[in-house]
Design a protein around this ligand. Structure first.
Ligand SMILES: Cc1cc2nc3c(=O)[nH]c(=O)nc-3n(C[C@H](O)[C@H](O)[C@H](O)COP(=O)(O)OP(=O)(O)OC[C@H]3O[C@@H](n4cnc5c(N)ncnc54)[C@H](O)[C@@H]3O)c2cc1C
Ligand code: FES
Length: 292
């Protein structure tokens, strides 16, 4: 199988309706401190999922009820068979609690309940350079997205360059840096403790870049809420189009429980609570009511 998310966009005639099934684990390997890449074999999801969409995964190999709820994880990459057909998809996850710890214990050959693709995903490529800003485990949607935007889409539009500004607490948490480079995405790193790249916040890399005149056509950000709010402010100050992918807590993942809502500005000037799992996770940064 080959890694390739370049054709992650839904091809004409393919369905993007979510399916709920058990997907078997092809591999589940550590790639950084507390961080794993899991490959799940499911041709229906792999053939229809788009960058920015996610799946809900329940980390139970048998009929257990615990944990009852799935955990949302973004598409990282696709794997294809020899004919180029997507047959499996990769997720990259950081172990932070019970669900992701249970996922890390799952073994190849076991199968997990998965439903997806879910959420809206990203739109077409901008006509100019793009900068992705990732904090913590927020880099995961940008491999598939970078591959897609650096390759001509059905509309013929191509993004001329993509750079990821990727910040973590310490170098040991950097996950997938070589995957981004191999996909033609330039990488600039920041760490809180100075153990790799810029010593400081990833948003400082963004601000510096814009101040020296390297203004992208679009900024896309994913990471902790404080980082997203800071990125949104910088984009607004410099008049740059900006999208964010929100990672709110989710219970159902398909619009039924309202556990994932975010405050979103409406055209009439009001703010309404929108479900991140259905109306998102990707929103225009300007539409989000950041508070503070
Ligand atoms: C659309 C979407 C895509 C995502 N993609 C990825 C991905 O690709 N890789 C990845 O590692 N994670 C991703 N996440 C976050 C991931 O879903 C959570 O980290 C995971 O659900 C935590 O489950 P858990 O059972 O391990 O932790 P829990 O036991 O549920 O929680 C442990 C602790 O972490 C806190 N917590 C849990 N979830 C979040 C959250 N979303 N934000 C802030 N704090 C939280 C809890 O309050 C608690 O304190 C994504 C989330 C969303 C909504
Ligand atoms: S997670 Fe249930 S409505 Fe979004």
């Amino acid at each position: 199988m080959t890694h390739d998310a370049a054709a992650a966009r839904t091809e004409p005639g393919r369905s993007n309706s979510p399916v709920h099934r058990r997907a078997s684990i092809v591999e589940n390997v550590p790639i950084a401190r507390d961080t794993y890449r899991i490959r799940l074999a499911d041709a229906a999801i792999a053939g229809s999922i788009r960058p920015g969409q996610f799946v809900m995964v329940r980390p139970v190999a048998g009929e257990e009820n615990d944990p009852l709820l799935g955990r949302p994880l973004a598409l990282y990459d696709l794997a294809r068979d020899a004919s180029g057909t997507p047959v499996a998809f990769d997720l990259v996850y950081l172990v932070i609690g019970r669900g992701t710890a249970a996922l890390a214990r799952c073994q190849p050959g076991e199968s997990l309940p998965v439903w997806g693709p879910l959420g809206n995903g990203f739109g077409p490529a901008p006509g100019g350079p793009v900068v992705f800003v990732a904090g913590g485990i927020g880099q995961t949607p940008f491999l598939a997205l970078g591959r897609e935007w650096l390759n001509p889409g059905p509309d013929g539009r191509i993004c001329p360059s993509a750079t990821i500004l990727y910040g973590v607490r310490t170098a040991a948490l950097l996950a997938g840096v070589e995957d981004f480079r191999a996909a033609g995405i330039q990488v600039e790193l920041a760490t809180d403790d100075g153990s790799a790249g810029h010593h400081g916040f990833v948003t400082e890399l963004l601000a510096r870049r814009i101040e020296r005149g390297e203004v992208p056509a679009r900024i896309v950000a994913c990471g902790p809420p404080a980082m997203l709010a800071a990125v949104a402010r910088i984009a607004e100050q410099h008049g740059v189009d900006c999208e964010v992918s929100l990672e709110n807590h989710m219970a159902c993942g398909f619009g039924a429980c309202f556990s994932c809502v975010a405050p979103i500005h409406q055209p009439d000037g009001t703010v309404d609570l929108k479900r991140v799992c259905v109306e998102g996770p990707v929103f225009s940064a300007r539409s989000v009511a950041w508070g503070g």
